[in-house]
Design a protein around this ligand. Structure first.
Ligand code: AGP
Length: 371
């Protein structure tokens, strides 16, 4: 009913709006007396200290949350982090032992590929921490420990609030590891946590500007394809933006690392092709920012219609943006939490304009319980 959907036409639109709350709920209670606390202390501080390698295994959007987290966890902990599609993991011969931490990320906790990856990791004696949105689901039951995301039930098949909550939870895992290993001082951990706690307000700010994105969505709804480009943490955001568009609008969409453009994908650019570019901060990542500005000018010169997600006040990129979508300035590692939101809205609006059911895209199930 309309009431269940909070007055929205679709659950997904309600869930997009619930993201600030989902983030706040996921973070709540995880910083007490100056320390990061993970939900269940079945992985002790000693165990966390002994970790010498991290794997994140997941599918779809949850996998993208792992790709985002790799940047933060490696930076904070100096541990190598591999992010792997759960469906590939056990079919090669991953190098695991008791000092490997495997983080299995799953909204439903019932995804068969991820469950099998968990089983494989445990057989190899690795420690498995589930990051899950569903209480008591199979993946947390079969893991050594669990960190619940508290995004609340997600009904729309396309993941939105659970994805943002997964990023936040993965970051908590990174901070817990940094704290246990001493690669960050307690005051630095406290500062990182405080920055995370400021994110619900930043996401709320993005939500107040979605009308512009909706309007853009309607105007590009009859495109044949859309490309998404990003670098650093903006790269997984580009992948997520493309996945949303495929799922909901049945449109050909690809995400690329912008640095790869000249290694092939630039051949795809043609007149009128919408290309969404996720910009890094001009101050926080000045070098990458200027490389992306030159990418955008190149593709614009070849006729692309450039849609640029940039930090507020980013004047350098403005001349190259056919459409400019501004998001608040936040620390670089946290940028995916704001820059993903317009891409969710864009995909939903394009799908609506094309007349599709945003909550129930064709051929898809909310949780994929067969391999
Ligand atoms: C996301 O929009 C998708 N519907 C899908 O990729 C999903 O993220 C994936 O199937 C993993 O699901 P899980 O988090 O429940 O394991």
């Amino acid at each position: 009913s309309a009431a269940e959907k909070g007055g929205h036409e679709y659950f997904m639109l309600k869930e997009i709006e619930e993201q600030p709350e989902a983030l706040a709920n996921t973070l709540r209670g995880h910083f007490e007396s100056g320390r990061i606390i993970l939900d269940e202390q079945r992985i002790s501080d000693q165990d966390l200290r002994d970790v010498d390698k991290v794997f994140v295994v997941a599918c779809g959007s949850a996998y993208h949350s792992g790709l985002v987290a790799k940047y933060a966890i490696e930076h904070w902990t100096r541990l190598p982090v591999e992010v792997e599609l759960a469906s590939e993991f056990r079919y090669r011969d991953p190098v695991l032992d008791r000092d490997t931490l495997v983080v299995a990320v799953s909204q439903s906790g019932e995804t068969a590929d991820t469950l099998e990856a968990v089983r494989h990791a445990r057989e190899q004696k690795a420690r498995v921490l589930a990051v899950c949105n569903t209480n008591g689901a199979q993946i947390p039951r079969e893991s050594d420990a669990v960190l619940y995301t508290h995004a609340g039930p997600e009904i729309g098949v396309a993941s939105t609030k659970a994805f943002l909550a997964q990023i936040a939870a993965n970051y908590l895992v990174g901070l817990a590891l940094a704290q246990a290993r001493g690669t960050k001082y307690p005051d630095e951990v406290a500062r990182e946590f405080a920055e995370l706690e400021a994110m619900p307000a930043a996401v709320q700010k993005v939500l107040s500007t979605v009308d512009q994105v909706r309007d853009l969505g309607r105007r590009i709804a009859d495109s044949k394809a859309v490309l998404f480009l990003g670098r650093h943490v903006g790269f997984p955001v580009a992948l997520e933006g493309a996945l949303k568009l495929k799922e909901l609008a049945y449109m050909h969409a690809e995400g690329f690392a912008a640095g790869e453009l000249k290694h092939g994908p630039i051949a795809l650019i043609e007149d009128g092709l919408p290309v969404v570019v996720v910009m890094p901060s001009p101050k926080g990542r000045a070098v990458l920012h200027s490389k992306l500005v030159s990418n955008i000018s190149e593709i614009q010169a070849r006729g692309a219609r450039t849609i640029v997600i940039a930090e507020e006040g980013d004047e350098t990129v403005r001349p190259f943006a056919d459409e400019l979508i501004e998001v608040p300035a936040v620390p670089t590692l946290l940028q995916p939490l704001v820059s993903t939101v317009p891409l969710q809205v864009l995909a939903a609006e394009i799908a609506r304009a094309r007349g599709y059911d945003v909550d129930k895209p064709r051929n898809l199930a909310k949780s994929v319980t067969v391999e």
